[in-house]
Design a protein around this ligand. Structure first.
Ligand SMILES: Cc1cc2nc3c(=O)[nH]c(=O)nc-3n(C[C@H](O)[C@H](O)[C@H](O)COP(=O)(O)OP(=O)(O)OC[C@H]3O[C@@H](n4cnc5c(N)ncnc54)[C@H](O)[C@@H]3O)c2cc1C
Length: 555
């Protein structure tokens, strides 16, 4: 297979929101930037079809005390991010939000609604509101243009498959062209991992429909798996979260829904709102995302999002929100099926097993435990606001590192490069074997059966053995009939790595916490509050440890 070699100061892996913001900032800081994107920067990733709620602190609106804003924000689903980042890093994020919002507005992403900063959704009625309603449908096109105008080189259809370097520092990455028979060897002084969230590790809400997923099909935790293989630290693996959304039409994005969650008897499930309201909507899923599953399991369900009686202008606001939040397909589906939200309540459900594969640990400078390797976006937190702010900051830090570093050398990694190339060749050239779908279904079933319900040492050990048996088989027999299948196969190998980490982390976490419920340790250990469970590979062995993390981003 042909090989091309590209040298750059800074390589961004992933042209999502975080990757593009990092590329823009690093170019402004005067270094060369290449962005390697598996799909197409114009539409790829979780932000590809749009988002519409942006956490943003505006002192003129919220008052001078940023702590009050953060306190209120932490009551909803953003509380999980705050707990994980710690107070000072959370404050650094929030303090930067308005600067980024003003930049985006200048660049042409409409951050105002009818000429005003409009807050709606994700907040409790009558309290301080933190989610700015914006119109993000074209955000990827605009950010891509900004990156290109500043001279970043964006390489679409380029999937990074392995980081190069060692625990002392990253030197580059190996990638493949997703359409043509070609490897790309990147040599870089700094590398950012911004490959987004993760899907396909657990069964979807309608397992027979492969792409009916909350996130795009090709977000498979590649960054986390590659960071782990190089020796980077991944934290809080195995702590799943949930999401709430439409039944049978898996979609992220809760904030646009402005109706009331009700049971089949028509009674509201919560006490926050009693009729559709475009300023607040029903915040119940952020109070308890599992509630919807419990109601269904108890036989009292189904549960509905009820917008009946909504006024015409509020309905227009809702549809406008869906279109901007990457959910135009949902709006179109309603139209095609004749669903009238003024008359028809819509069935909703808890989506189980979101997240779960942990995040990449970074220090106060956005640097991972490996010199020159950075992480941002859903690799580190979640939400568009955090992805854009931390993307920006990581681009600044990575550029600073590149300026101070002498050129790197990937030739020391020749053995690893050849080993990965041989792996790709064998997947492509095998005449028979398991295809990616077989291997994916087996993985999802194993993860759901052994880590999906209440956990115990017996179940986790049995599941881990089973997963390792499967892994040996697929390592020797995965087969791809074309380039598209080849990409799915490589993603699967990353997913298998992450699946194994979930078992190891769950075995090591001797307590129950959130979705991690151990029948043999049925209590939450207060000594682990405020700590991150770190999993990493040292000298070929997996090591687990606990770390207390609270850092401010350094100026
Ligand atoms: C429908 C929907 C609505 C949402 N609405 C909101 C909202 O209103 N407010 C909010 O705060 N959040 C929202 N979110 C979440 C938000 O979109 C994400 O938090 C954010 O986009 C994360 O940015 P990111 O850069 O980390 O990842 P992404 O934007 O997902 O980008 C990751 C990129 O990496 C690329 N990539 C992956 N692997 C590789 C590889 N190996 N090599 C090269 N490239 C790779 C992907 O193709 C992708 O382009 C929503 C999500 C969805 C799906």
């Amino acid at each position: 297979m042909k090989t091309e070699r590209i040298e750059t100061d800074f390589l961004c892996v992933g042209a999502g929101i975080a990757g593009l913001m990092a590329a823009i900032r690093a170019r402004e800081s005067g270094v060369n930037v290449v962005v390697a994107e598996k799909g197409n920067a114009l539409t790829s990733g979780a932000g590809g079809a749009g988002n519409d709620h942006f956490v943003c602190y505006i002192p003129e609106i919220h008052g001078p005390d940023i702590k009050l804003f953060i306190e209120e924000l932490m009551r909803g689903q953003m509380g999980l991010i705050g707990q994980m980042l710690g107070p000072s890093q959370t404050e650094a994020w929030i303090r930067k939000t308005f600067d980024i919002v003003k930049l985006w507005d200048d660049w042409g992403i409409p951050m105002k609604y009818n000429g005003e900063w409009k807050y709606s959704g994700h907040s409790f009625p009558g309290r301080l509101r933190h989610h700015l309603k914006y119109q993000g449908k074209n955000q990827k096109k605009i950010l891509t243009r900004q990156a290109l105008e500043r001279g970043a080189k964006i390489m679409n259809r380029t999937m990074v498959i392995e980081l190069l370097g060692d625990m002392n520092g990253v030197t580059g990455a190996l990638a493949i062209d997703t359409r043509e028979d070609r490897f790309i060897e990147f040599q870089a002084k700094s590398v950012l991992l911004a490959t987004g969230g993760i899907t396909r590790l657990y069964p979807g809400i309608s397992p027979a429909v492969m792409n009916n997923a909350r996130l795009p099909l090709n977000l498979t935790g590649d960054g986390r798996a590659m960071a782990y293989r190089l020796g980077g630290e991944i934290f809080n693996v195995g702590l799943h979260s949930n999401h709430v959304g439409l039944k049978n039409f898996a979609r992220s994005g809760q904030g646009s829904w402005l109706g009331v969650y009700r049971g089949p008897d028509g009674k509201p499930l919560g006490h926050y709102v009693s009729e559709p309201d475009k300023d607040y909507g029903d915040i119940l899923p952020e109070v308890d995302k599992k509630l919807f599953a419990r109601i269904l399991e108890s036989g009292r369900g189904p549960v509905y999002m009820d917008c009946t009686g909504v006024s015409d202008d509020h309905l227009e606001f809702l549809i406008h929100g869906l279109i901007n939040e990457g959910n135009e397909a949902v709006a179109n589906h309603f139209k095609e099926e004749g669903v009238d939200l003024r008359k028809n309540p819509i069935e909703f459900m808890t989506y189980p097993f979101t997240g779960g594969a942990g995040q990449i640990y970074c220090n106060a400078n956005m640097e991972t435990s490996i010199k020159g390797l950075y992480a941002a976006g859903d690799e580190l937190t979640s939400s568009i606001s955090a992805a854009s702010v931390f993307g920006w900051l990581s681009g600044e830090k990575a550029a600073g590192h590149a300026k101070e570093s002498s050129s790197s050398n990937i030739d020391k990694c020749r053995a690893k490069i050849e080993e990965r190339k041989n792996l790709i060749d064998s997947i492509q050239n095998r005449k028979a074997g398991y295809d990616w779908k077989d291997a994916n279904i087996a993985l999802q079933k194993t993860m759901a059966d052994y880590t999906g319900g209440v956990r115990s040492e017996y179940m986790l050990k049995a599941g881990l053995n089973h997963l390792r048996r499967l892994r040996t088989k697929i390592d020797d027999s995965l087969v791809a009939k074309n380039r598209w299948e080849l990409i799915r196969c490589i993603e699967l190998l990353n997913l298998y790595d992450l699946g194994e980490l979930i078992f190891l982390a769950a075995l090591d976490r001797k307590e129950s916490r959130g979705e991690h419920q151990r029948v043999d340790y049925p209590y939450t250990d207060p000594l682990l509050n405020g700590k991150l469970q770190i999993i990493k590979r040292v000298d070929g062995q997996t090591r687990l440890e606990w770390k207390t993390v609270v850092h401010a981003i350094q100026k």
